[in-house]
Design a protein around this ligand. Structure first.
Ligand code: NDP
Length: 521
């Protein structure tokens, strides 16, 4: 928390201080595990955002000019900084999210350390010019190349569930591509971004190359008007607003949105592993992960055994204030207080329609925002717990007759982010995986595809537009330019003026020779 305090502003409730010259009150940041206010940050106005983007725009050519090697050096130093400051980063993340030490470590700090190194190493390869050969006779003798140039200033808008991974994780490839970045973190979790902005400067990042614009929704909306591309992670509802706003200026967008990730458990699966995975991947980070397991379909013969194991393992979970360090609790707090209402609504709706909560089912007692790890059975698709994103430590489990019924229900969703299939027969498991309508499907695993920075991660259907990671995860931050060079130009090419019968006849014959051959049925 120490570093973030340097940019924090005093509370405005008493009217004594404001974020920007007396016009907008600052934002109070709370620790959701304790309910304490731990800092105040500025609520940046549209005018301030405009000025920030102008500064980032002025800094961009210099940043592009230092090349991949220079930019990679800063990222490599940041990688080391992350490892040297693990406790400080984890403390900051924990203080604003209420997540466990392990959740902050594995999915944020260790992801960050990997991402700084990965993009430092791979950016140049992914953005290297590509020689192209064309089949058209119009281009005979020409040299052709596809080149990538940075877009300019990228606006990154992030959610509250992973203040490092889902904000800075996207800023790293944008920066490595030679862009500058203005980042708008969630108003609920701005401190991690401020800490990393400061660290980047310590590691040699020039001024104004990464600027953090703390604020609320209208700060994000103002950013869309100013930048050359928007990388947004958040809910599908806000993603639609972002895309509509970006359409006004034809600003390209990449959207990572909500999910309702299903898990299929086939009768031949290793039930012990499937149950462990179901509990872990639905409850870690308090279930507040876009690719959490949010619903399970189990083949009838193993349903009872699976449910019994899942309930036993869920009852054993320890939940509470995670500030006592590694190993102190398994499940942390609900980061965003408004999310609690959605979780409660989904559980109540399911129970009202006939579902049973075999464990959990209600808000935790005591200070801080907690929801008990909850297992629901006797569920179906009339219940929002099975169809809408819950984003909490809840897991509804449904019995199905066979894999075909499971697949039908899995694909009966507007979402398509991730999914998993558990089977003792990995060939059959993979066949089923390929029929799931989702951007990533794991067999006998869940979610780990996120750690494969080489693989694209993005949602189908209403779960997103575009993807992060892999070649596409950095090329989206670049303009493509086609270069065609005629090294041996003739005075005139055959197709140029004046038109003549003879020439046209020759061109037609050439076309027939070139395209008239080849195998056809
Ligand atoms: P929101 O959509 O509420 O907010 C996301 C960000 O957008 C926040 O910074 C928010 O600011 C900002 N914002 C709000 N309104 C606007 C607007 N009109 N224009 C521009 N920006 C705006 O999402 P949450 O923060 O609640 O995050 C949870 C959601 O994110 C879940 O649905 C989850 O599935 C999804 N998600 C998707 C991931 C993926 O990779 N596909 C990964 C992680 C999460 P503020 O917070 O200040 O309101």
């Amino acid at each position: 928390m120490a570093s973030a305090d340097t940019t924090a502003v005093p509370p405005s409730a008493n009217g004594s201080a404001t974020a920007n010259g007396g016009q907008r009150p600052g934002i109070a940041v709370e620790n959701p595990a304790t309910g304490e206010v731990i800092a105040h940050v500025p609520d940046r106005s549209p005018d301030e955002v405009r000025a920030m983007v102008a500064r980032a725009r002025a800094a961009q050519p210099g940043w592009e000019a230092i090349g991949f090697t220079g930019r990679g050096q800063v990222m490599r130093r940041m990688q080391k900084w992350m490892l040297d400051h693990v406790e400080e980063v984890i403390n900051t993340i924990q203080s604003e999210t209420g997540k466990t030490y392990e959740d902050a470590f594995s999915a944020e700090v260790s992801y960050g350390a990997a991402a700084f190194g990965f993009w430092a190493d791979e950016a140049e390869k992914y953005l290297a010019p590509e020689k192209v050969k064309a089949g058209s006779p119009m281009l005979m003798g020409r040299r052709m190349e596809l080149r990538f140039r940075p877009l300019g200033v990228i606006g990154v808008i992030g959610p509250w569930n992973y203040p490092f991974t889902n904000s800075l994780g996207d800023a790293i490839p944008a920066l490595m591509a030679g862009n500058t970045v203005v980042l708008k973190p969630s108003e609920v979790t701005p401190l991690t971004s401020l800490l990393i902005e400061k660290a980047m400067h310590e590691c040699g990042m020039p001024e104004d190359v990464l600027i953090v614009a703390t604020g609320r929704g209208d700060t994000g909306a103002a950013l869309i008007d100013e930048v050359d591309m928007i990388m947004f992670t958040g809910s599908t509802a806000t993603g639609k607003k972002v895309m509509a706003k970006a359409a006004e200026t034809l600003t390209p967008v990449s959207l990572e949105l909500g999910g309702k990730d299903p898990m299929i458990v086939l009768a031949d699966a290793n039930i012990e592993r499937a149950a462990n995975a179901a509990v872990f991947f639905s409850m870690f980070n308090g279930g507040q992960t876009c690719i959490s397991i949010e619903r399970v379909y189990v083949e009838a013969p193993v349903y009872d055994e699976f449910v019994a194991k899942v309930v036993e393992k869920t009852k054993a979970l320890r939940q509470g204030d995670p500030s006592k360090g590694p190993g102190s609790v398994d499940v942390g707090a609900i980061t965003f207080p408004n999310q609690m209402g959605i979780i409660e609504r989904h559980v109540r709706d399911a129970v009202d329609k006939g579902a049973r909560a075999l464990t959990g089912g209600r808000r935790g007692s005591g200070p801080g925002d907690f929801f008990e790890p909850t297992i629901l059975v006797d569920v179906d698709h009339t219940m929002s717990a099975m169809t809408e994103e819950t984003f909490g430590p809840t897991l509804p489990i449904m019995k199905v007759a066979d894999a075909e019924e499971a697949l039908r229900l899995v694909n009966d969703s507007p979402y398509g982010l991730g999914a998993s299939v558990f089977s003792g027969d990995t060939v059959r498991g993979e066949q089923i995986a390929r029929r799931v309508e989702a951007g990533a499907v794991c067999v006998n695993d869940a979610l780990v595809n996120y750690y494969a920075l080489e693989l694209p991660m993005g949602g189908w259907k209403t779960s997103g537009v575009g993807s992060r990671h892999g070649a596409g995860g950095i090329r989206k931050y670049a303009r493509q330019q086609a270069i065609v060079v005629n090294k041996y130009p003739l005075k005139k090419d055959l197709y140029m003026f004046p038109h003549g019968k003879l020439k046209t006849g020759m061109l037609r014959r050439m076309t027939n020779v070139i395209y008239g051959r080849g195998k056809r049925d």
